[in-house]
Design a protein around this ligand. Sequence first.
Ligand code: ADP
Ligand code: MG
Length: 293
Amino acid sequence: ATPTALLVGTGRGAQLGILIKGPEVLESTRTVDTVVLDKTGTVTTGRMTLLEVVPGEGVDTDEVLRRAGAVEAASEHPIAQAVAAAATDRVGVLPPVTAFANLEGLGVRGTVDGTEVLVGRLRLLQREGLDVAAGIEQAAADAEAAGRTAIVAGWDGRARAVLAVADAVKPTSRQAVAALRALGLTPVLLTGDNTTVARAVAAEVGITEVVAEVLPAGKVDVVKRLQAEGKVVAMVGDGVNDAAALAQADLGLAMGTGTDVAIEASDLTLVRGDLMAAVDAIRLSRRTLRIIK
Ligand code: ADP
Ligand code: MG
């Protein structure tokens, strides 16, 4: 390829709000046929809101928010920020946390007032051997059926409450998915979130292929599997948990609003965090390569 034409492409990219790591990057976008889109923070805003707390028997909402909020306050995850903010609004200053651990893609753990508290996926609490009453399981299923992400808080051997959180699809996501299709690309939604929520978001933006409930380490395997099927894969993501998949993809695109780890692992950065920029990037590279030929 002619370096001059590629450099023109990178300059135009900057005007469109697309930062390109090197001129050679544009060459890989030409043959891409599949675009894997992370859900939270990529297709959706990632700004979560706590919509509901469903306490189990013998606990009240304030106690749940005080404990769960305290542990989540130590995490950067969008769900954690929503829980901590709602907790602060309701109960004021949260108690300190010790022995905090981030269980990536599952939840968090920390000690509050001498008690170990877990907050995260139902699966995490089950894995850790906590008792889950039928009412808690039902409340989680109800929240998910409503398209919300259900997380569970537990301590002293029991799941204690369900917290329902949700975020909104970005205004341009639907338009971007349609434009990707018009370019002949197949969009795939990839998320660690539950299948019901993933399907609801996919339907809202016009995606039919969904891979949900994937642990952070599994995202890269989804990309590898598509590549083994002969697909040339672009991946768009924002989180720490997307970094390996972004690096594995034939073309990695990071949201500029995302984490540094994701940006470092990718070939392109979409400065505005807008999926339409991914469409612009692919159009730009096709145009640039036409000039070269
Ligand atoms: P995504 O792939 O959509 O960006 P993540 O992999 O970050 O999502 O998280 C997957 C799931 O793990 C979340 O939907 C949530 O159920 C749970 N989870 C992760 N971190 C937390 C946290 N800090 N608090 C509660 N739940 C969490
Ligand atoms: Mg994400």
